[in-house]
Design a protein. Structure first.
Length: 113
């Protein structure tokens, strides 16, 4: 398997994981907005926290990015994932903001039950 084939596999896997975490984060946002605080809300929070721990361990870099760097010398933010450059570049900021807003809404809901 060539380096390019491996990079394609890494990008595909990275994109699938990104889609999964979009579902997680947007379910969390939806659930707190409609006040549907259930076990899935806590599972979502746990998954996002787990992702945060992994990123912290790898100095705010996805482990798949580290592997992909072996097969590319690109410095573009989206060299390792099938996303538009702007979204890959600001991904952490965008989704941290959405997650933080969700947590604030959750606290509001829990305090006003």
């Amino acid at each position: 398997m060539s380096g390019n084939d491996k990079l394609i596999m890494i990008k595909s896997l990275h994109t699938l994981i990104w889609v999964f975490y979009n579902i997680v984060i947007f379910y969390l946002l939806y659930a707190v907005i409609v006040n549907k605080i259930d076990v899935w809300v806590w599972v979502c929070i746990g998954l996002v926290c787990l992702e945060g721990i992994v990123l912290a361990i790898y100095r705010m870099k996805c482990p798949l990015t580290i592997v992909a760097e072996k097969y590319s010398d690109s410095d573009r933010a989206n060299f390792d994932i099938y996303l538009p450059h702007w979204l890959a570049k600001y991904n952490k900021e965008i989704y941290t903001s959405i997650f933080s807003a969700s947590i604030l809404i959750l606290f509001y809901r829990l305090l006003n039950q």
